[in-house]
Design a protein around this ligand. Structure first.
Ligand code: ADP
Ligand code: MG
Ligand code: ZN
Length: 608
């Protein structure tokens, strides 16, 4: 887990501030030299001179500075000062007059004034320069300020990334999808001959620390091609106009080195939806960069041998223009690892670490659902540190256990689930899945999981529709309601009590039921009347001032909603009670394996 880089932003405000500072500095430095308050008229100067009050005189190109003898201030207000100056007039007799008055005089050398002015500017610019320089360093641009605008993509040859798929654990599905890209990069001619078009852009999507960056490197490593990598956030910290220039440069370089991979890490930093950006400051720079990126992606034909990969953990905020066909049109999900995946990752990071007992890793992989690859790497590292502190030369189970605690403490909320909680979650999810399986109109189950998600859910059941639904029938909606409530129904059937885990399900179910009653006219008592506002925002709160709905109607809407939801839950409970065997069996397998596909579930049900 890399520490999040602090964002430094360069803005117009800095420039204004600096100009202001320079102005003040200049004034301070040149004030004694110019000293306008102490300026006297030329005739007054001549008067001092003839009356013998002047001590010495310095003659500059356009000014004369003179010093009065003590006790002869030029005027009352200026009593404290003896140095005065006067604008030089074209007086050919000046030297004669000075000799006559017997004062010391000399010329103020022009170069001296110049030097002084120059020093003034250097001193004034120094703070600016330092600020600039340090900001530049912070941006990770390395030393040279002069490389401004040149992109900093470090080009590493694929063979030299040293990363291969065997360094990545538990990314089975993502790996399979990346294989095709690797085949293409290895021999583009073969694909070109058949006219097969590859996606230009591949987006790796997944929670932080799941190995997206690592996978991209491994892809380049496996294909043995050059790997250009850039981080999205580094674009944002650029000076105005540089982000777009960097993008241009990057693609130029990459085209020369084809076949190769261009990898843009954390692309959400530049790829945010443009409406989102508008609300923030510094928008136009990001927008320019994004536009340049889009233009570059459109600009080169598919099959030029350059594959663009990008990674993000917030795909939902990406600009739609980025994910449309011809750009990042292939998305690869990089999920949190399953138990088997975790074991693989632990083995990778345990290479070279002497273990007291090899089988410890299996135990650890069992109790760390929800841990990302980066966290598991962290656990191994902490464990070896703890073993060293203990004075042992082998990492034992107790080190691993303590390391998990340490990592968990730094993460909050990611406590390993206790067996009881796991059991409840397993039954809950099985409830959803089994109801969906048995309801004839419900979408088929794709996957069940009791690995906690990074968004805080303890598990999930994923259904995939078999076809696009533009219209849903009433019975489909009722089935869907039952599936939503299936988790809760399972808890009630098995444990007799519901948990708080179902509150989100209830919320969604109530919302759907409300729409069925107020928008779709699916209630028998209320009839085919629309009761909600045109925008679809329902009158929800009793305070809603829709005068055309009586309190009576309002009450019967609530009654109808309750009835529909209760009916749906009863239907789910009936299904689960009559399939109790399947419910128990699936929940048991789920507790063991953490995840299950729809097909695996079907097999279990059919085998009973
Ligand atoms: P992401 O880019 O998804 O945030 P990274 O690729 O930067 O994650 O992962 C950070 C580190 O965590 C990697 O350098 C690696 O040590 C470890 N790691 C993450 N996922 C895996 C994995 N699947 N297999 C092995 N190590 C992993
Ligand atoms: Mg990363
Ligand atoms: Zn649920």
């Amino acid at each position: 887990m890399e520490p999040k880089k602090k964002r430094t932003r360069f803005s117009v405000a800095y420039f204004v501030l600096t100009i202001f500072i320079i102005w003040i500095f200049n004034d301070m430095i040149f004030r004694p030299y110019i000293a306008r308050e102490l300026e006297v008229p030329y005739n007054e100067f001549l008067g001092y001179l003839s009356s013998g009050k002047v001590k010495s005189v310095g003659i500059g190109a356009d000014r004369i500075i003179f010093m009065l003898k003590e006790g002869h201030p030029a005027s009352q207000q200026q009593a404290s000062s003896l140095i005065h100056n006067v604008v030089r007039v074209d007086d050919t007799k000046l030297v004669d007059r000075l000799i006559e008055a017997g004062v010391d005089f000399s010329e103020i050398k022009q170069s001296e004034g110049m030097l002084r002015a120059l020093m003034g500017w250097v001193i004034a610019f120094l703070p600016l320069f330092l600020i600039w320089y340090f900001m530049y360093r912070k941006m990770g641009m390395g030393g040279s300020v002069l490389s401004l605008g040149k992109n900093n993509a470090q080009e590493i040859h694929g063979e030299m990334t040293g990363v291969n798929f065997k360094d990545v654990g538990g990314a089975g599905e993502a790996e399979v999808e990346l294989r095709e890209i690797i085949d293409y990069l290895k021999s583009p001619e073969r694909f070109n001959k058949l006219g097969a078009k590859l996606p230009k852009g591949v987006l790796l999507v997944g929670p932080p620390g799941t190995g997206k960056t690592l996978l991209a490197k491994a892809t380049a490593g496996e294909a043995g091609v050059a790997f250009f990598s850039l981080t999205g956030s580094s674009f944002v910290e650029m000076f105005v106009g540089v982000g777009a220039a960097r993008v241009r440069d990057l693609f130029e370089q990459a085209k020369k080195k084809a076949p190769c991979i261009v990898f843009i890490d954390e692309i959400d930093a530049i790829g945010q939806a443009r409406s989102n950006i508008a609300a923030m400051s510094g928008n136009s720079e990001r927008e320019n960069t994004l536009n340049q990126l889009l233009a570059e992606m459109d600009g080169f034909r598919a099959n030029t041998g350059v594959i663009i990969m990008a990674a993000t953990n917030r795909p939902e905020i990406l600009d739609q223009a980025l994910v449309r066909p011809g750009r990042f049109d292939r998305q690869i999900q990089v999920t949190l690892p399953s138990e088997e995946g975790r074991l693989g990752i632990l083995r990778i990071h345990a290479a070279g670490v002497p273990l007291a007992d090899e089988s410890d890793l299996e135990r650890i992989s069992k109790i760390t659902p929800g841990f990302s690859g980066a966290e598991l790497a962290n656990v191994m590292n902490e464990a070896s540190l703890l073993a060293i502190r203990r004075g042992s030369d082998k990492v034992a189970l107790r080190d691993l256990d303590a390391a998990i605690e340490r990592v968990v403490a730094g993460l909050q909320k990611k406590t390993p689930l206790s067996p009881e909680v796991r059991k409840k979650v397993a039954y809950h999810e099985t409830g959803h899945a089994l109801t969906a399986y048995c309801m004839k109109d419900a979408d088929p189950v794709h996957k069940i999981s009791i690995i906690p998600t990074s968004k805080g859910a303890l598990g999930y059941t994923m259904q995939l529709p078999t076809e696009d639904h533009y219209l849903r029938s009433e019975s489909e909606l009722r089935s869907r309601l039952s599936v939503m409530l299936g988790g809760r129904a399972a808890e009630l059937t098995v444990f007799g009590l519901a948990t708080t885990g179902a509150s989100n399900d209830l919320e969604m179910a109530t919302m759907l039921a409300r729409r069925m009653v107020t928008e779709f006219g699916m209630s028998k008592t209320l009839g085919p009347v629309r009761y909600s506002n045109p925008e679809g925002a329902y009158l929800a709160a009793p305070s809603s001032n829709r005068s055309d709905i009586s309190q009576e109607t309002s009450a019967s809407i609530d009654r109808e909603i309750r009835e529909i939801v209760t009916e749906a839950q009863n239907a789910a409970m009936k299904i689960l009670e009559s399939h109790r065997n399947a419910l128990d069996k699936i929940a048991e397998v789920l507790q063991e394996n953490e995840t299950m596909t729809g097909d695996e579930m079907k097999k279990i049900i059919e085998s009973l």
